[in-house]
Design a protein around this ligand. Structure first.
Ligand SMILES: NC(=O)c1ccc[n+]([C@@H]2O[C@H](COP(=O)([O-])OP(=O)(O)OC[C@H]3O[C@@H](n4cnc5c(N)ncnc54)[C@H](OP(=O)(O)O)[C@@H]3O)[C@@H](O)[C@H]2O)c1
Length: 286
């Protein structure tokens, strides 16, 4: 039995669909019972659990061949990452109690970075899972191409996308969530000893100018990328409702200054197949 957290989202859904397509048994973990019927109809067992509920997660993880952990996103974490620490405690407690054969944990590019930033939440999760004795693979993908969902309206309606990634011609490792899900499903079916890091990026690195040009090709009219000046970020993020904008700003600084990067030789590297064009077409159709 493969147990998939975050199954109602992009990556978890792709993991589950890949396993189901091979007639492998899947138990989907979700917090919202109203989403259960969709997954039952596809042949899944369903377990209801919040990611901070160790007891419910333990029940969900029991009897698993492999567990896929998708930690919830928090773009506005308080100092010291207290909310992430609660999720980590629950996840580690449940894995220790249920003792699945192996775990594949979605982490991120840059989880090894020493500087504090938004992704420190994943550094902490990796450290906590590294203390366990069972086989764990940390899947560290690049920047999700689906983050371009935030650019769709302005590309289509104004011909401009506003970029925190800069300079505009600097290419960044990016990946489609479908490829992240497919690789996670493959990893869940593998056998390995101890801890392992697998890094994943798409077939080509992508710059903000590439994103604008790809929107332009699909829309058939000009689209340009414009820099969001660094000194305006805090005000922009606070206007969006952030109470703690620093970690998100530090993360983007990390990409721009390249200290958020792949770890390299110590890890395995996989190249996905989905091109940016395919992802942007789907986002424009949605
Ligand atoms: N964006 C990037 O560039 C990037 C890069 C590398 C790694 N990542 C990682 O990718 C992950 C996000 O994946 P995604 O794009 O697939 O996200 P997504 O589409 O937003 O899905 C998130 C999933 O997590 C579930 N969830 C959220 N909070 C939960 C909670 N408290 N308890 C139980 N379930 C909860 C959601 O359930 P509901 O349906 O109920 O909301 C949903 O199934 C994050 O861990 C992030 O760190 C992102």
């Amino acid at each position: 039995m493969y147990v998939i957290t975050g199954i109602t989202g992009k990556v978890g859904g792709a993991v589950a669909r890949t396993l189901l397509s091979k007639n492998l048994p899947v138990r989907g973990v979700m917090r919202d019972a109203s989403k259960a019927d969709t997954w039952r109809a596809l042949g899944c067992e369903v377990a209801i659990a919040e990611m901070d509920d160790a007891k419910a997660l333990t029940e969900a993880f029991k009897g698993a061949t492999g567990v896929f952990i998708l930690p919830p996103s928090d773009f506005d974490p308080a100092p010291g990452f207290p909310a992430a620490r609660i999720f980590i405690e629950a996840i580690v407690t449940a894995i220790s109690a249920a003792s699945p054969e192996k775990v594949v944990c979605l982490s991120t590019i840059g989880a090894q970075a020493a500087q504090t930033n938004l992704l420190t939440q994943r550094t902490l999760l990796e450290q906590a899972l590294n203390a366990l004795t069972l086989p764990v693979t940390f899947l560290r993908p690049g920047w999700f191409m689906e983050n371009c969902a935030l650019d769709v309206a302005s590309a289509r309606d104004t011909g401009v996308i506003h970029s925190y990634l800069q300079p505009l011609d600097k290419a960044v490792p990016m990946i489609a969530t479908a490829d992240v899900g497919k690789l996670a499903a493959t990893l869940l079916q593998q056998r390995w000893q101890g801890q392992r890091v697998v890094e994943l990026e798409g077939p080509h690195r992508v710059s903000p100018n590439d994103i604008a040009n790809t929107f332009a090709q699909i829309l058939g009219r000009p689209v340009v990328a414009e820099v969001v000046e660094r000194h305006t970020w805090e005000a922009v993020f606070r206007a969006q409702g952030h109470q703690h904008p620093s970690p998100r700003m530090q993360m983007i600084d990390g990409f721009n200054q390249e200290w958020i990067c792949f770890e390299g030789p110590k890890s395995e590297r996989v190249i996905g197949e989905t091109e940016l064009d395919e992802v942007l077409r789907k986002l424009l159709e949605a």
